[in-house]
Design a protein around this ligand. Structure first.
Ligand SMILES: [Zn+2]
Length: 223
């Protein structure tokens, strides 16, 4: 029986990973370890890793693994993770990062107990991605059709301005999808039988997708 949920959620851009993560965190009170949020926090707090990361981000470059891993390690060591369990979102992105993560998790003795793998077809991804808007303050994700804010262009939570990522278009999506299929999807194979994987059809509605995840998480906790 799992007394804590130690989770990894995977899925390409537009699979609804961010939205499902928010719902999981809300219901199961695990710590959301999103690399996007961790980078935003580290950069605005001007931590060592944050300063290093922003040098790369400002130039439009990928942040090197060692900086990302240092950031994740720093966060995993904090007390709330030990207390509540975690949901990794956006990390690991490569098998190299997955190997580093295995070492970090062994160190804190909190191995993964489930991978949630969101599957969705490419055409639907294009539609989802091109309508996506993100709050520049808190990073909350909206969709102009499926999940619009109360006031167009403005975050419901903090009044922050919503922006569209410059690569949230069909061409940008194709590049990210190819990268995902090449580098990130093989992570499932890396874990092999050592971690349970649940595949969820993410072309369903947000509530249907969450219902599948919810049932699985409840059974993990009550097994
Ligand atoms: Zn906001």
């Amino acid at each position: 029986m799992a007394n804590k949920l130690n989770l990894l959620i995977m899925g390409p851009a537009g699979s609804g990973k961010g939205t499902q993560s928010e719902k999981i965190v809300e219901k199961f009170d695990v710590v959301h370890l999103s690399t996007g949020d961790m980078f935003r926090a580290a950069i605005s707090n001007q931590t060592e890793a944050g300063k290093k990361a922003s040098e790369f981000i400002d130039q439009g470059l990928l942040v090197p693994d060692e900086i990302t891993i240092a950031l994740v390690e720093e966060r995993l060591m904090q007390a709330d993770v030990q207390e509540k369990g975690y949901l990794l979102d956006g990390f690991p992105r490569t098998i190299g990062q997955a190997e580093a993560l295995s070492q970090l998790l062994a160190k804190i003795q909190m191995p993964l107990n489930l991978i949630i793998d969101l599957k969705v077809d490419e055409k639907l991804l294009v539609e989802r991605i091109s309508g996506r808007r993100m709050c520049e303050v808190c990073g909350t994700i909206y969709h102009i059709t499926y999940n619009p804010p109360a006031v167009s262009g403005v975050c419901d939570l903090d009044g922050g301005k919503l922006y569209q990522r410059s690569d949230d278009n069909e061409a940008g999506l194709k590049v990210r999808l190819a990268e995902y299929n090449k580098s990130t999807a093989p992570i499932i194979g890396y874990y092999g039988d050592s971690v349970e994987v649940i595949e969820v059809d993410a072309s369903q509605t947000v509530d249907q997708v969450f219902a599948s995840i919810d049932t699985k998480l409840e059974s993990l906790l009550n097994d």
